[in-house]
Design a protein around this ligand. Structure first.
Ligand code: GTP
Ligand code: MG
Length: 202
């Protein structure tokens, strides 16, 4: 499951513009600032392949990165970023949902959830939407390196994760696979790469 090479291929704003070579791909989605681009960099062991930012709303297109010349990682804009213009947000939301529904070579969506804060309705709703639309999904809990803080609800990441899991149970007959990660310590990196290689069947 080693990453030997990773290259940026293209940015698209419509599913039709995405690469057409049919290689298997995995998409990273989640709330703005949850750590999608950071996780992508951690997976491919590159600091700045996907651009990250302290400010939410950094990634605004469907970005394809080719790994080992044989599969794709896809970085997507986040949802729920209140400060972006309404029209821009609706546009990102529309093309990412269209992408999920139409992309035939999409093996699994990796839905990122911030483990350093209590479960949010917007994330539960997103998980439920993916489930209702039969989009294969893996839950990735991010920022598991963060210590508990009063202003973030005063719970440890492990507690937030458990709570999220029990809340989504009502939407799913079988709970989706889940992995705890940190882009800072690279926790979960190998587990995700192994899971992706199992899903690709090689
Ligand atoms: P958008 O592109 O705006 O939707 O955001 P994103 O989900 O791609 O988030 P990004 O990777 O840009 O990270 C947002 C901020 O969170 C940055 O300041 C990162 O350094 C920080 N961050 C990301 N992952 C982790 C993590 O695992 N632990 C900690 N402590 N911080 C993280
Ligand atoms: Mg990003």
């Amino acid at each position: 499951a080693n990453v030997i090479a990773a290259d940026f291929v293209k940015s698209s704003v419509r599913p039709d513009d995405c690469p057409r070579d049919g290689l298997p791909e995995f998409a990273l989605v989640g709330r703005s600032n949850v750590g999608k681009s950071s996780l992508l960099n951690s997976l491919v062991r590159r600091k700045r392949l996907a651009l990250t930012s302290k400010k939410p709303g950094k990634t605004q297109c469907i970005n394809h990165f080719k790994v080992n010349d044989s599969w794709y990682l896809v970085d997507l804009p986040g949802y729920g970023y209140a400060a972006a213009p309404q029209e821009a947000r609706m546009n990102w939301d529309e093309f990412t949902r269209n992408y999920f529904l139409s992309r035939e070579n999409l093996v699994s969506v990796f839905l990122l959830i911030d483990a350093s804060i209590p479960a949010k309705k917007i994330d539960l709703d997103y998980a439920s939407w993916l489930g209702q639309n039969k989009v294969p999904m893996t839950l990735v809990f991010t920022k598991c390196d963060k210590r508990k803080k009063k202003k973030n609800g005063g719970k440890r990441p492990e507690e937030n994760v458990q709570n999220f899991q029990s809340l989504i149970r009502e939407y799913f007959e079988a709970a989706p696979p889940w992995i705890m990660t940190s882009g800072v310590t690279n926790q979960g990196r190998d587990e995700i790469l192994l899971h992706m290689s199992q899903l690709r069947n090689y």
